[in-house]
Design a protein around this ligand. Structure first.
Ligand SMILES: Cc1cc2nc3c(=O)[nH]c(=O)nc-3n(C[C@H](O)[C@H](O)[C@H](O)COP(=O)(O)O)c2cc1C
Length: 336
């Protein structure tokens, strides 16, 4: 462990009082309902914490009106209009002042209705976010069922609104087949139980969570070499982001439907209002039909048109996987 003597100066910056490497400050945004995203973030942070020359500040987000876990049927559905329209809830006061100077920001988030979860959106729309993130390199870490591509497009817009520079994106998804996760994930979210009968457990598997440590090792080494200043990816070659572009078209259909129905439901009243319930019931029937038709239909059409679509899908995959990419050439360096 490096022995570095540091002290905060009047602006909250950490000043290095030795000839060793400067202590770098890392801001981590934290919100997780089941604890899954926290476990992943902790794996990523472990190498930075162990290195001893990083000051890691974890800012836990607390919505003023907390979201329940497990969700009730209506509270779950009631979250979709605001998620789709990215109408953020109020947060309890942050512990940050806005004048802290971080070298790197790690932004783990979960996806809610094909958009960044509302508490994380609330942070990015918070007046302090621009001050904290402007000009800073940001690493996003997504953990969700498996539909995250359009959420990340929205995340990029939120980040650029704050003047932040996205340098890496890590994505962890539920390893089970898409159609199974459409049963196991809602079951988990509505009951808190991961196992339904003999089906594979919902959520991200323990092995993938443990292996997320490789990203922390690469970030530690990158930061020690000032790589964050080049505003380039530090997590390339580590299979950080593997996209399945065939789901993109289902996500587009879902996003459009969430947006239009969300507008209608929001016109009936704000979150938790009585008048939204009948509309939410109609919508859920429509949604089930949409999922049962659009997802398999779009996958079938794409499979039969694969030879024609191959080039387009490959280009789409490469674009979506930016900036970290799905290459595996450095896996041997960081997986022991
Ligand atoms: C309201 C809600 C909507 C969700 N929508 C999506 C989604 O659109 N795509 C997806 O892949 N996962 C979706 N998920 C799963 C979450 O991204 C996440 O994996 C899960 O909620 C666990 O996160 P946690 O760490 O907060 O417990 C949704 C979860 C919730 C609670």
């Amino acid at each position: 462990m490096n022995s570095v003597h540091t002290s905060p100066d009047h602006s909250g910056k950490v000043v290095d009082g030795s000839a060793g490497p400067r202590v770098k400050r890392v801001l981590v945004i934290a919100y997780s309902q089941s604890g899954q995203l926290t476990r992943i973030a902790e794996r990523v942070l472990a190498p930075l914490r162990q290195a001893g020359n990083f000051d890691v500040h974890v800012e836990t987000l607390r919505p003023r009106q907390s979201y329940p876990f497990p969700w009730t049927f209506f509270s779950f559905l009631d979250a979709f209009p605001e998620s789709a329209h990215m109408v953020a809830p109020d947060l309890q006061p942050l512990t940050l002042r806005g004048d802290e100077d971080f070298d790197l920001v790690i932004l783990p988030y979960q996806v809610w209705f094909l958009a960044p979860s509302l508490p994380v959106t609330a942070f990015l729309k918070h007046p302090l976010a621009q001050r904290l993130l402007s000009g800073k390199p940001v690493v996003t870490v997504i953990a969700c069922r498996n539909m995250w591509m359009l959420a990340q497009e929205k995340m990029k817009r939120l980040l650029s609104g704050c003047g932040a520079c996205l340098i890496d994106n890590v994505v962890l998804i539920d390893p089970s087949p898409t159609l199974l996760t459409l049963v196991t994930t809602p079951y988990w979210l509505l009951t808190g139980r991961k196992r339904l009968l003999g089906l594979p457990a919902a959520g991200i598997d323990d092995r993938s969570i443990a292996r997320a440590e490789r990203f922390g090792c690469a970030l530690r080494d990158g930061l020690n070499q000032d790589a964050e200043r080049k505003v380039e990816p530090m997590l390339h070659g580590l299979k950080a982001c593997v996209a399945d572009p065939r789901l993109y078209f289902s996500e587009m259909a879902g996003t459009r439907s969430f947006y239009l129905w969300g507008k209608l439901i929001r016109a009936a009243g704000g979150p938790r209002t009585h008048w939204r319930k009948p509309l939410l019931i109609v919508y859920v029937a429509f949604l089930v039909l949409l999922i049962l038709s659009v997802v398999p239909l779009s996958l079938m059409i794409q499979t039969s048109l694969r030879p024609l679509l191959r080039q387009r899908l490959t280009a789409l995959k490469l674009r979506i996987e930016m900036p970290s990419g799905s290459g595996s050439e450095r896996m041997g360096v960081y997986e022991y």
